[in-house]
Write a protein that binds this ligand. Structure first.
Ligand code: AVJ
Length: 323
């Protein structure tokens, strides 16, 4: 199997930045105002998110790593020989390494991520550490249709979607993603997915309102990014971070609240803010093992197993594509 040294490039940088402008204008002219959370992750945002994962209050990453350490061999048993593991939105490879270490059946690893540079660097590190593993990075937005590398056709695809990233989606979007994953992976494929669980709101609220203020910086960086990339004039000091658990909807909501009545110019448009008005920047849905299983059943998957940490804060669930 040949190993391409450069990833198949999909979105041109220009297309990417103009869809950013379009999404920002659309969100800031909507009522209530909103911005898509996928734009948190520029270089600064990705670095801040890495910091978040190490905060004492932010339990998801620690819990998921503990689950993977304890149960990777159980997960490995579900994978057929010559598996191509496709990771949706890869970022750091810390989690997938635990799976690769436990599963000799994984012959190829296909990280799919929007950032081509990061992908190539991470791919080089993986090739160095796992000389027998074929690493085939794909630079694409995993929520959109993308093609698997040709050489994957000879292997059995399985999916890996850790981090509870699926929690950012509304139920209908999560469902659309699961159906899209079922189409890409094919009949009988296994999908291993990380899902944050419903729990005491005090623990949830603390995880998104850390004492060190890193989550606030992460949230505010979205406005800084709009200033940097779209030449807007947001005054960061006049917005503040808000995060709270919405019990009825079983989700953490993050907002940026304007401290005063003000106007901001974005892409030549004047956006008005009332004092206290917010931009809704993220939802992070929490499930039970059962509620996520029920969602999955409705969109082409059968739950086969689920593992949780000792506190029952987080889960990793295995699904099989229904025929
Ligand atoms: C990466 C979407 C799983 O929802 O916990 C962390 C993002 N936002 N702190 C989450 C996030 C604020 C994170 N996900």
């Amino acid at each position: 199997m040949s190993i391409p040294s450069v990833v198949a490039r999909q979105p041109a940088e220009e297309v990417h930045s103009s869809s950013f402008a379009r999404d920002v204008i659309e969100g800031l002219t909507a009522r209530p105002k909103r911005l898509p959370p996928k734009y948190f992750y520029d270089e600064t945002g990705s670095r801040l998110f890495e910091e978040i994962t190490e905060l004492p209050e932010y339990y998801p990453t620690r819990c998921e790593l503990a689950i993977l350490r304890a149960h990777a061999t159980d997960m490995a048993r579900l994978l057929p020989p010559k598996t191509a593991l496709i990771e949706f939105g890869s970022g750091s490879s810390k989690k997938v390494r635990l799976l690769i270490d436990a599963a000799p059946a994984i012959a190829a690893y296909v990280p799919v991520d929007i950032s081509a540079q990061w992908l190539n660097e991470e791919a080089a590190r993986l090739r160095r550490d796992y000389p027998r593993l074929t690493v085939l990075p794909v630079a694409a937005d995993f929520t959109q249709a993308f093609r698997l590398p040709r050489s994957v056709a000879a292997l059995a695809p399985a999916g890996f979607f850790p981090g509870s990233t699926i929690g950012n989606f509304e139920a209908h979007q999560a469902c659309a993603f699961l159906q899209h994953a079922a189409r890409i992976l094919g009949e009988d494929a296994i999908l291993i997915v990380g899902i944050d669980l419903v729990k005491d709101p005090k623990i949830l609220n603390a995880a998104y309102n850390d004492a060190a203020g890193v989550t606030a910086k992460f949230n505010l960086n979205l406005l800084a990014r709009i200033n940097r990339e779209l030449g807007a004039d947001f005054d960061l000091a006049s917005f503040c971070h808000q995060a709270f658990y919405n019990r009825e909807r079983a989700r953490i909501e993050m907002h940026l609240a304007s401290r005063v009545r003000q106007q901001v110019v974005v892409c030549g448009r004047t956006i008005e803010f009332r004092a206290g008005e917010t931009i809704h920047t993220e939802n992070s849905y929490k499930y039970t093992v059962e509620s996520f299983g029920a969602l999955a059943r409705g969109c082409g998957w059968t739950p086969v197993d689920a593992w949780t940490d000792a506190d029952g804060y987080f889960s990793v669930q295995a699904l099989r594509a229904a025929k």
